[in-house]
Design a protein around this ligand. Structure first.
Ligand code: UDP
Length: 380
């Protein structure tokens, strides 16, 4: 537990703690266990909680519960994308939390706020109301040490072995475990420049039947040419993916579907103007290196971080925030492919591609790192 305080605690007669858990199971449990423990030591407890995944007040009759409206949409909740939900909560909770806490302070003093370390917005509120804040980390001490060490590792030059993008150093090499269907290259040749959206979610992402129906109609209704990789086994519990009735007739002129594509060649083809991706790191890097802006739809783990960087930091793509919904897909595909926002993303990814090429050229960081690696190996 970390204590952040630069002011003296004015202890009220019955010390009153305001506790704000993050609404995820693995975070709610330890926070309420800590609250129970502190209550048994004589503290009065107010739990301020989001109206999403609220704890059940009847299980804690000795605590005062104050709900916080956070306005998460059903679509946002359905994504089950914890990183996105966390970012939204950090944005949306600050004002209502400040409001709720200010009202509590009218009734009497608050000794301090105890909150989850991932609720970083609470620092601003605690500072404004001059309240001390204690953070509970709910992961292991090892994880905290690792996070703290990253900066140190970088400062000491121990995170400098950046030799990518490797596929650009060894073009033409293919290690594909699945057979790549080259029929799509001839189809791409017939399409106009930068008009095709390439859709592929990598080798392991899988979906519900309903998601595939939404993807199909979203693509069809966008009226943009598309090349869609429909990998067998990518629907939970099914070997092959059945597309909705009427979809193939409607998209015969506009779309091409393969089970697995030669992705690097596809992304380098001049008629490809956008990539709807799950943001696996290889796919993300290949898209950047071919100057193709992205529609991001992360599936798990690091893909969430890549998608956030693509959309919010590098601004070379946009993220589907509400899961799979045909009208949002139609809207997003058109935004990426034909509207001004897509044009801006295409310009940004062009600049990023040039940066990547500079890194790989003689004197660039990747080129030099590779040289250092070779020298290191030769010196062993
Ligand atoms: N890939 C491919 N054909 C496809 C889809 C993907 O050759 O139809 C390749 C793609 O070029 C990339 C790799 O498979 O190099 C996928 O790696 P990534 O890290 O993007 O995602 P993962 O499959 O590990 O989730």
């Amino acid at each position: 537990m970390e204590v952040s305080r630069d002011m003296q605690i004015q202890a009220p007669k019955v010390p009153h703690l305001v506790i704000l858990p993050i609404p995820f199971q693995g975070h709610i449990n330890p926070m309420l266990q800590l609250a129970t423990l502190l209550h048994s030591k004589g503290f009065s407890i107010t739990i301020i909680h989001t109206d999403y995944n609220s704890p059940n007040p009847s299980n804690y009759p000795n605590f005062n519960f104050e709900p916080l409206p956070v306005g998460l949409s059903d679509g946002q909740v359905r994504t089950k994308d914890l990183v996105t939900i966390l970012c939204i909560l950090n944005d949306s909770c600050q004002a209502p939390f400040h409001d709720r806490l200010s009202r509590l302070l009218l009734d009497g003093p608050v000794t301090c706020i105890i909150t989850d370390e991932l609720f970083y917005f609470t620092k601003a509120v605690a500072d404004q109301l001059k309240l001390p804040r204690i953070l509970l980390g709910t992961s292991s001490a090892t994880f905290a040490t690792t996070m703290a060490s990253l900066k140190l590792l970088r400062q000491n030059g121990l995170l400098s072995i950046t030799v990518g993008p490797l596929y650009k150093f060894s073009p033409g090499s293919s290690n594909s475990l699945l057979t790549q269907d080259y029929s799509c290259m001839a189809w791409l040749d017939k399409q106009a420049q930068q008009t095709v959206i390439y859709v592929s979610f990598g080798s392991s992402a899988s979906f519900d039947k309903r998601d595939v129906v939404e993807i199909a109609w979203g693509l069809a209704n966008s009226n943009q040419p598309f090349l869609w990789v429909v990998r067998p086994g990518s629907i939970h519990g099914h070997d092959w993916v059945e597309l909705p009735k009427g979809f193939e007739e409607k998209t015969r002129e506009k779309g091409h579907i393969v089970k697995w594509a030669p992705q690097q060649e596809v992304l380098a083809h001049p008629s490809v103007g956008g990539f709807w991706t799950h943001n696996g790191w290889n796919s993300t890097l290949e898209s950047i290196c071919e100057g193709v802006p992205m529609l991001c739809c992360p599936y798990l783990l690091d893909q969430n971080v890549h998608a956030r960087y693509v959309s919010h930091v590098w601004r070379v793509g946009m993220q589907l925030e509400n899961g799979f919904d045909r009208s949002e897909i139609e809207w997003a595909v058109r935004k990426l492919m034909v509207e001004i926002e897509g044009k801006e993303m295409r310009e940004c990814v062009g600049a990023l591609k040039e940066n990547a090429m500079r890194c790989m050229a003689k004197g660039g960081s990747s080129y030099e790192s590779l040289e250092s690696l070779i020298h290191l190996i030769m010196s062993l």
